[in-house]
Design a protein around this ligand. Sequence first.
Ligand code: ADP
Ligand code: 5GP
Length: 192
Amino acid sequence: MAKVFVITGPSGVGKGTLISKLLERVQGLELSISATTREPREGEVDGRDYHFLTPEEFDRRIAAEDFLEFATYSGNRYGTLRSEVRRRLEQGHSVVLEIEVQGARQVRAAMRESVQVFIAPPDPASLRHRLESRGTDSLEAIDSRLEVAEQELAAQDEFAHRVVNDELERAAGELEGIVRAELGVPLDSGAE
Ligand code: ADP
Ligand code: 5GP
């Protein structure tokens, strides 16, 4: 019954925004907190936004086989701890992973039953625009993320589901519909 949902797509496409709406709308879903070696952004909290690890600690966790998947992205490492996923599934919660494409492939190989959703931009130019207006990354970091985005967009056909994040409410509704269909929870369940 409890499932693993992998939400992937290029930086700035709106994964985080769509996932927060999804978690508000569908009960029993929990977000896995990833580990990363990148520096916290202003306002980010260790253990809430990420488990912020030193490169040495990240290496130690790789050697201990603590990761379900991990990847290098734009100069930093990111990974999903097995414990984050296992604990939630054991409690009967479905788990949402917000990860980049290399990690999504690893989860697909390890958990064929995972539900994989690629979030695509309405057009490539919107990624730069959204990253600039989010205001969390330097111009250099944005350029690096947009370079990676080209490869990620080329991989979108690998994914079972694809949602274009054009208009936020429409896209959030489509993602919610995919998740509810996979969980067997109808759209109007629990309403009013
Ligand atoms: P990601 O998690 O994929 O990197 P975010 O969720 O942080 O992306 O979104 C990047 C920026 O784009 C944010 O400022 C967010 O408010 C904005 N955004 C998200 N979805 C839309 C949309 N459908 N239309 C316009 N802006 C959007
Ligand atoms: P950010 O630095 O913007 O928080 O994340 C950069 C990229 O890393 C995003 O595409 C995000 O989805 C991805 N990411 C976050 N956590 C993980 C993870 O645990 N594993 C992998 N493979 N990617 C992750």
